[in-house]
Design a protein around this ligand. Sequence first.
Ligand code: F6P
Length: 357
Amino acid sequence: MNPDMRITLTQFLIEERRRFPGASGDFNSLLLNVALCCKRIARKVAAGALGGVLGGAGAVNVQGESQQKLDLISNTLFIEGNNWGGYLAGMASEEMDAPYQIPDCYPRGRYLLLFDPLDGSSNIDVNVSVGSIFSVLRAPETEQPVTEQDFLQSGTRQVAAGYAIYGPTTMLVLTVGNGVNGFTLCPQLGEFMLTHPRLSVPADTSEFAINASNSRFWEEPVKRYVNECMAGRTGSRGRDFNMRWIASMVAEAHRILMRGGVFLYPRDSKDSRMPGRLRLLYEANPIGFVMEQAGGRASTGRQPVMDVAPSSLHQRIGLIFGSRHEVELIERYHNAPPPMDLPEPLFCERSLFRTPA
Ligand code: F6P
């Protein structure tokens, strides 16, 4: 294709909408405004120290984490970029304790928007890729103010999800439940252009990502999986593995979409108040939707993450996603009886639970 004639995000969404003749256009307006928020955030991130946006904001969010200036700026950009459009009934963000109500001066819409306005914010000040993650759900059909309960829908009910990555190039990766497409921000036109159509995660990989400093807190199935990867070609996997850890989930998800891999931030025993690190509704579910739509898998280790019935807005969860065969193997390890309850032979090289070749 002539690179000057690549299709824009707007054209892509209009063509998608033609498949639904009854659609009002609200859904497309929502996605285009989310994309505009991401462009604005990209500008702030790119300005860095010159924009006076680096460093802490001196505040702590509902999760007890220090907020960076860019966390708050990005949150405001998401709120103000979407509250006026008439397509939303409410919003929820990592940076806000309670759901955001659409002001009375604007019409109420049919969707709910959930987002992590700036994921990986520990990386902002060191100039490493960060991103924004978003998830779209249907709102209940009522005129009442939105409640936390309205947002507690399983990931399978998402109607759109995606992320923007602010790296060497800014990209938007989107699913509307019909595959995954990647758009690169053209600095000249200020438009997201379709550069990565129909993304697909390879089913096999020899690359994994985990914060190994937590290894003493991991559960046995995770220890077993990582040990086997580390043993490389001399171990039961029979091949060498490579390891990566960026500490920016969006960047890890993007790498996995581009070339395969598996990401683990599993449930662990580091802090008994936190059954996992990542937030279910605006981190795990949208990334899970993208992965599954690209042919990958996303799991808690015990069940598909999108099947989890949420219990609270800022709920945390163990998350494992990426290349299908690796995630399935890790699930098998979780669902196998714990090794200590089993006679040794079940776990030796020729055993029932031997790693598939
Ligand atoms: O808030 C989530 C997050 O920033 C992810 O983007 C990232 O994968 C993770 O936290 C990093 O956590 P840690 O600092 O424990 O490696």
